[in-house]
Design a protein around this ligand. Sequence first.
Ligand code: DPP
Ligand code: ZN
Length: 871
Amino acid sequence: PKEIFLRDYKPPSHSFAKVELAFDLREQGTTVRSIISAVPASGSTGELFLHGDESVKLDGVTVNGSAHERYERGSKGLTLKDLPNEPFELSITTTIEPQENTALEGLYKSSGNFCTQCEAEGFRRITFYQDRPDCMSTFTTRIEADKAKYPVLLSNGNLIDSGELEGGRHFTVWEDPWVKPCYLFALVAGNLGMIEDKFKTMSGKDVTLRIFTEKHNIDKCAHAMTSLIKSMKWDEETFGLEYDLDLFNIVAVDDFNMGAMENKSLNIFNSRLVLATPQSATDADYAAIEGVVAHEYFHNYTGNRVTCRDWFQLSLKEGLTVYRDQEFSADMNSRGVKRIGDVSRLRTAQFAQDAGPMAHPIRPESYIKMDNFYTVTVYEKGAEVVRMYETLLGKDGFRKGMDLYFQRHDGQAVTTEDFFAAMSDANGADLSTFKPWYSQAGTPRVTANGSYDADAKTFTLSLTQVVPKTPGQDTKIPVMCPVAVGLVGPDGKDMELTLDGKSVGTTTVLRFDKAEATYTFTGVEAKPVPSILRNFSAPVRLTTNLTQDDLVFLMANDSDAFNRWEAGQTLLRTLLLDLIKGDGQYKMDAAITTAMRAIIAGAKEPNADKAFIARAMMVPSAGELSDMLDEGTVDPAKIHEARTFVMKTLATELRADLEATMKANSAEKYSNEPADRAARSLKNTCIGYLSYLDDAAIAAMTYERFASADNMTDKIAALNSLSDKECDERIKAFAEFYEEWNKDPLVMNKWLGLQAMSNLPNNIANVKALMEGPAFDIKNPNKVYSLIGGFCASSVNFHAADGSGYEFLADVVIKLDDLNGQVASRMVSAFTRWKKYEPSRSSAMRAQLERIRAKKGLSENVFEIVSKSLE
Ligand code: DPP
Ligand code: ZN
């Protein structure tokens, strides 16, 4: 396999002014004809390389209408030779077999319908083309198919022609006036139902909005449609960005490697991110749908109108678009709770990646398979980097930067440097020390030590930073970290801050870009407690000299919701890490029980933020704790035991509070109002705690709630609370759930996932049985993510001391590798951090990685992850 480097970037040898595609869709042997208006760049050698997968059959090439035979076909594509030195018309005909495509890239079939997925490099499985994002062109697409089987024929842009053909066939022609790279091309042909709505844009244009699904799911699209309309409005209000065509389509398909895809005016979605009713989807699903519909819509500008020069720039569109969808969801819901959720995910998944063998900067330097770089680093850390511009420049400054970015680059394929330049130039700001965020991997470690001088009435904050080594990057330089700081006075109120003789409000952003720096606040009348890194203003690992009393004080008083939550998490993390590293004599810290009691009591106050309280009650996850332990020491069984001890002790000591809060927040009837959703999450958090008690009455009560739930959120919460318990109620509940829902594949994914994650001893046998059962299908990515991905999340069973969990995963990866390299490489990622574990587990994981590496014909996707892990 060949590694591709950023430093080797060269502009394309030809530009494509116009592309016409014609698809003749068949049950076997679909033909694709392309007519490309090619323009040689100056200095052209008369050679043009077109990417093309080995699965594509080449039927013929013509240049200016005559057959052209001077070409070489290699494993990666076609080199055309002796081409004219002036613009010419290139035509290529290929035959492909979408019905046999299990990789789900290019053109393939899902539930009998045709659909496409071209990002990153799927277009080369359709035809020969310059499959690179800096080759932008307008596309016209003609689709022909059997009318009875495929009444709906869609592509990008506007419908300009359609009609009947002989033999029961029909056709449509679509024209997309906006230039785009081929990764944004899409085609759908199927027997689909549709809902329609309308949006009037800020300048008064009417846009038709359509969501297509299989007909039996048509009543499940309303929430996605509402989310789309909210997104369109938000992007106008927040960034002045107006939709640019008369039609916007979303199509939901069941077999999809990723979440969704932003193809120009024809978004294609994994059906789990479209379909929802209160009975079949949870509150978390509703939130995910809202966020992803927005994300794909927002790509219309950040990604489509301005795209990436090459795939190393992926964060240019993904980091920015994740930032935009995070802001949208924060505006639609509770801002503080949204931020807490996003940071938790970043810390659990991204910090771990940044500390392991797959660590890479948000702008990677090289890749073997681009699919492997659609990572939490490029996406979530990338979004944090964008958020830091906003923190440094302010909301208005950020908007100025965005405006300049579009003004300069609309219709272009650009780089993160261009985005950086737009932000700096629009604000006349010197951000040079910010740049290493793009090129350095690893999470900076920041320490903050505060001290109060009562005589001088000053508070001094000393900061240090170190960026750790990562593979291939031994030396690092300090990077600008915006550190948002407030000082909370003894009365619990924010103090007015004076720094360098200037009054700076109650929260100030320190531009910390050295290895060490000291900041002295003056006029500090009483000893404060500092609130550092408010709203998680930089993606760093922070250590402070705050005491337990300080943290309890911040939990109760900090005006910053994130740091109020973080104070509690810091207390819990410290306790848990002590227990995990200790001698096995578990002892609870009374201060934590008291603090938790106070949090729960807060739910009784008139304007309580119950969603926040539910989050504050959560104990750090096994993944987050594992990330904080030293290499070579992690024992998942110990982490599980320590967490269980803490949960069980809190449940025992706070039982009355938990039961009262659960009851007070149990609704008669389902409602989707934010206050009801918040109460629901609080109630279900209480049930989750209570399930740690060995009490038959709790199991009975949980089953009762399961059986009588009128919505999926409550049903899943109850089922989850039973899933680690050895009891009849668990068996009954899972069986009844199957009876009720086995016809709904999305709901069955939840059923598979919950069983797979269970920490009941020897549950691997159950998982293996489920794999053979009717609810599972190894060709469907969602099912693999639920069952196999779920299993990898079980501390007890995936990490079973006898290595059986690891062997099982390797068996599955080897099987998946022949079907779908992308899905296989996501699954094998559970092994990447093998060095983190204690010796017996790490050597067992390593042995499985070696076994996978030895497989004949291993996909490039899996090869890359496995070989980097073993380095
Ligand atoms: N469709 C994926 C996303 O939107 C990749 N672009 O993130
Ligand atoms: Zn995206």
